[in-house]
Design a protein around this ligand. Sequence first.
Ligand code: THU
Length: 136
Amino acid sequence: MDSSHPLSEKDKELIELARAASQNAYAPYSRFEVGAALLTVDERIFTGCNVENTSLGLTVCAERTATYAAVCHGSTQFQKLVIVVNQQNPSLPCGACRQVLHEFSPELEILAIGNTGKILRAKLTELLPNAFQYKP
Ligand code: THU
């Protein structure tokens, strides 16, 4: 994980889109609001936010809502994921989201940012080494 790299113009655009998506987070239970922006290899961008439910286990993370939006619109190859949280510290994807992202793009680059501007960069391969894979 690396936090030293400067932000590209594309990174800045993705951060703004993820931040806007976090404003739509439905998180009345945790108050932990997450926005995600997913950049496809052909430069499309899909966003997502976390959507909680009173039956807490039905909650879906922002990373997965963005991934599923992309897949529903015909994109399954991703180059970068940006995650914004309304907390001081950046937050990397949970284990379930890592597995879902791995399904489509094991080489994904991830950038996470909190509200003090602290940035974490990681590759999915380092966050989920030896992912589960099923070969029928
Ligand atoms: N959450 C995400 O959206 N992404 C993650 O990677 C971890 C957690 C959401 C789920 C829940 O709505 C809230 O954050 C607290 O767990």
